[in-house]
Structure formats: structure tokens, C-alpha cells
Ligand binder design. Structure first.
Ligand SMILES: Nc1ncnc2c1ncn2[C@@H]1O[C@H](COP(=O)(O)OP(=O)(O)OP(=O)(O)O)[C@@H](O)[C@H]1O
Ligand SMILES: [Mg+2]
Length: 263
């Protein structure tokens, strides 16, 4: 049996008296697109924050499968940059870009986590550093081409249209060559045209074998993209299944509508 690339068990996160995550078990397999959905405040972003090292969970295990080592690695106690090095890259619900840097530079920063040169190399500008710098620029160009942002390459990130800024966040995450890409509401605030373009972009990325865990409120997008849907409410799992199963699940309908409805 292939190992899941993300293997989370019993994940629990308390904020004072609030249990934002309550004993969550969630796996993502290689090449899968899994959606994480649930009403506002369900705990979806908290799940991402725990998995990516922003919060240390109260309880539970978070493991990624490391292909080179042939075993699961625990992410507990790791800082966000260490988690990125273990192959998890994310975007944020509220865009976080380096607004005073160019589009190309924003992607190059993502790429830097995959290089070996140290600060000393950057200061001395030795051969290896220069070679790596060249590789970073080339790779960043390729990613921008793939994401369709080449024409904005030298613009400051802050000057991009909103939809393009959201795509740039995805580009920066992809630059780290993630094993798993985590997207927190990538379609939030997008107009219908931008959303359509985003869906085809995610499909293209997935077609190359990229595993994706996606938080999204846009149900049309969720239903058309995901192979499996994990539904949370009040920090708990309330359902898990294919889009078709989830569409008809009474617990899901109840959570979204706040009342019992016949499926
Ligand atoms: N840093 C924090 N301190 C205290 N409470 C928090 C913190 N972060 C999240 N919470 C609480 O945890 C719960 C889950 O929040 P979270 O942001 O994970 O929800 P969400 O499912 O992402 O919602 P949305 O769809 O609105 O983005 C909420 O009750 C929230 O107020
Ligand atoms: Mg959220």
C-alpha cells in the first residue's frame, strides 16, 4: 500500500476555552485533490496553521512521507520554514505577498528554500552561488510562464490585479516544489471570470501529479475539482466522501443550512 503523503491523526487545537480542532484524522494521498470545507469558523484555517507550523497543536500527530528517506517524518515542533523544506507549501486566506517586490522576486523567494548556498555565499558571490542564482531565475521564469504571469514579471506585486495576486501566491508556493500544495480559499474575492481561470489553472497543476489540499467556500469549484471532500463543523469531522456523497449527506446539509433537511 502506498503511504499517504500527509498523515494527520487526532489533531486537536485549543485557544483558551475554544476547541478549534477536535481530534481530526485526515490523510492526503499522492496525486489527490482533497477539499476541506465547512461553515465559517469550522477550524479549516486552524488546520492549515497547525500543519504548516504556525501553531503548535494541543494534541495529535502530523506526518509527511519523505520519499528519499522512505518513511514518515513528524512535523511537530517544526517552524514554518522547516515545514516548507519537508515539502508543504501554502497560500493564505488573506493574500500575503511582498508587495514592494516584483512578481519575479516574489517567486524567487519561494525558490530560495530549495537551494544550498548560505549567506556567506551571497556575500562572497562565489561560483556556486552565482550558478544557483541563475538556476533560481530560470526556474522562476518557467513557473511564471506556467501560471500565466510572465507579462507582469517586472511589476511590483502590489500593482497586480487582484486575481493575478492570488495566482502569484500559488506561483510562489509552487516554486518550493512542494509534495503537497495547501490552498486556503484561493477563489475568495475573485470575479466569475477569474474563478473559471483559477479552476483550469488548478486542473493543469493537478494533471502534472501535484497533490493538493484545498479550502474553499465556492461549492461549484469544490465539486468540480476535488476527488474527496472532508467536511468540518465546530472543529470536528462531520463527513468525508466523494463530491456525490457529500452533496447528499444530511449532516453536511444541516451544517450549512442550520436545520434538518431531507437529502
Ligand atoms: N489565534 C487564535 N486565537 C483564538 N481563537 C482563534 C485563533 N485562530 C482561530 N481561532 C478560533 O478558532 C475557530 C476556527 O477558526 P478558523 O479561522 O480556523 O475557521 P475557518 O474554518 O477557517 O473559518 P473561515 O471559513 O471563516 O475562514 C474560530 O472560532 C476562531 O475564532
Ligand atoms: Mg479560514
Amino acid at each position: 500500500m502506498a503511504q499517504p503523503i500527509l498523515h494527520v491523526t487526532g489533531l486537536t487545537m485549543d485557544f483558551g476555552g475554544i476547541r478549534a480542532l477536535n481530534n481530526i484524522d485526515l490523510d492526503v494521498n499522492e496525486g489527490e485533490i482533497v477539499a476541506l470545507i465547512g461553515p465559517n469558523g469550522a477550524g479549516k484555517t486552524t488546520f492549515f496553521n497547525c500543519v504548516t507550523g504556525i501553531y503548535q497543536p494541543t494534541k495529535g500527530e502530523i506526518n509527511v512521507y519523505n520519499k528519499h528517506k522512505g518513511r514518515q517524518i513528524s512535523l511537530l515542533g517544526m517552524k514554518p520554514n522547516q515545514v516548507t523544506q519537508q515539502g508543504l507549501a501554502r497560500t493564505f486566506q488573506n493574500i500575503r505577498l511582498f508587495s514592494q517586490m516584483t512578481v519575479l522576486e516574489n517567486v524567487m523567494i519561494g525558490r530560495h528554500c530549495r537551494t544550498k548556498s548560505f549567506i556567506i555565499g551571497a556575500l562572497l558571490r562565489d561560483k556556486r552561488t552565482l550558478r544557483e542564482e541563475e538556476e533560481i531565475i530560470q526556474k522562476s521564469h518557467q513557473i511564471l510562464e506556467k501560471i500565466g504571469l510572465t507579462r507582469y514579471e517586472n511589476e511590483f506585486a502590489k500593482n497586480l490585479p487582484y486575481g493575478a495576486q492570488r495566482r502569484l501566491e500559488i506561483a510562489r508556493a509552487l516554486a518550493t516544489e512542494p509534495v503537497l500544495l495547501l490552498l486556503d480559499e484561493p477563489a475568495a474575492g475573485m470575479n466569475p471570470q477569474e474563478t473559471i481561470e483559477l479552476v483550469s489553472l488548478i486542473q493543469e497543476i493537478a494533471a502534472e501529479g501535484q497533490s493538493i489540499l484545498l479550502i474553499e467556500h465556492d461549492m461549484k469549484l469544490v465539486m468540480s475539482l476535488s476527488e474527496r471532500i472532508f467536511v468540518m463543523d465546530y472543529g470536528k469531522r462531520i463527513a468525508e466522501g466523494t463530491p456525490e456523497e457529500i452533496r447528499h449527506d444530511p449532516a453536511v446539509i444541516k451544517a450549512y443550512l442550520g436545520e434538518e433537511v431531507d437529502a
